[in-house]
Design a protein around this ligand. Structure first.
Ligand SMILES: NC(=O)c1ccc[n+]([C@@H]2O[C@H](COP(=O)([O-])OP(=O)(O)OC[C@H]3O[C@@H](n4cnc5c(N)ncnc54)[C@H](OP(=O)(O)O)[C@@H]3O)[C@@H](O)[C@H]2O)c1
Length: 247
């Protein structure tokens, strides 16, 4: 925290859930560090609009989170502005549809590095600061497929299963240091990640969800806000599911 303004780092802020979380935290007066990778022009336009509307400082960063040195450089930039960030949300992720027999080693590396190594890398970079002041919150965005497993999404499921285990283990490791670590385990959320599905496929999928619809990014953002704030001060090492009772 710098000058009494709490701060949040949101990875994947150019995507659907990331944007919703950025808007939610801006509304709460947080300084925002928003990371994107390919969609930088759109992210900058979104950030400018958000800064103008909410009057909070917004910093935009570009990094390939699958690449460890890029993550190190990104955190050097962040920590030069705010040496004590309050919240890290590891949200960036990539999908990977297809049968395992058609997956290559490059597919494996892309999915595991983007969805899991990035979480390790970002936590590793933020931790010295959080340990130093004995506080902070880390929130990982996971998927129901991490525990249930999804046919034709084996690598994605494996990467999110790893994020789940990482969250539980790190939550225990960091609790004595006053740092909380949780994950939001999302069901199907209405974002560009699901644009590979046709309208008919989306309708059929929604019918399988007891609440009868996909989740909205804003609903994940509300939960992220709760899990980052004082209302959840006794919750750590947990996987909190938001899936409309799909599983
Ligand atoms: N939508 C769902 O149904 C659903 C369900 C369960 C879990 N989730 C999880 O929720 C998180 C957010 O997903 P979303 O639905 O908001 O998806 P999205 O709209 O596709 O956004 C994905 C975000 O990840 C970033 N990203 C991808 N690869 C990256 C890389 N190598 N380095 C840095 N950033 C990278 C993208 O940045 P650029 O576009 O700028 O490259 C984008 O900001 C993901 O972890 C996803 O697995 C989503």
């Amino acid at each position: 925290m710098l000058s009494n303004i709490p701060s949040v780092i949101i990875t994947g802020a150019s995507g659907g859930i990331g944007r919703a979380m950025a808007s939610r935290f801006a509304g709460e007066g947080y300084r925002l560090f928003l990371q994107g990778f390919r969609q930088m022009e759109a992210l900058r336009a979104f950030a400018d609009d958000l800064a103008a509307r909410s009057k909070v400082p917004v910093h935009v960063l570009q990094a390939d989170l699958a690449d460890y040195p890029s993550v190190v450089r990104m955190f050097e930039e962040i920590l030069a502005v705010d040496p004590a960030p309050d919240v890290l949300i590891n949200n960036a992720g990539t999908a990977c549809f297809g049968l395992l027999q058609d997956m290559s080693e490059a597919d494996y590396d892309r999915v595991m590095d983007t969805n899991m190594k990035s979480v390790f890398a970002c936590c590793r970079q933020v931790l010295p600061s959080m340990l130093h002041r004995h506080g902070g919150v880390i929130l990982n965005i996971s998927s129901i497929w991490g525990s249930a497993g999804s046919s034709a999404e084996v690598l994605y499921s494996a990467s999110k299963g790893a994020v789940d285990a990482f969250t539980k283990a790190l939550g225990k490791e960091l609790a004595p240091s006053g740092i909380r670590v949780n994950a939001i385990v999302c069901g199907v959320i209405d974002t560009p990640m699901n644009d590979v599905l046709s309208s008919a496929d989306k309708e059929a999928l929604a019918e399988q969800i007891p609440l009868g619809r996909f989740g909205r990014p804003e609903e994940i953002a509300d939960l992220a806000w709760y899990l980052s704030g004082p209302g959840s001060s006794y919750i750590t090492g947990q996987l909190i599911r938001a899936d409309g009772a799909f599983l």
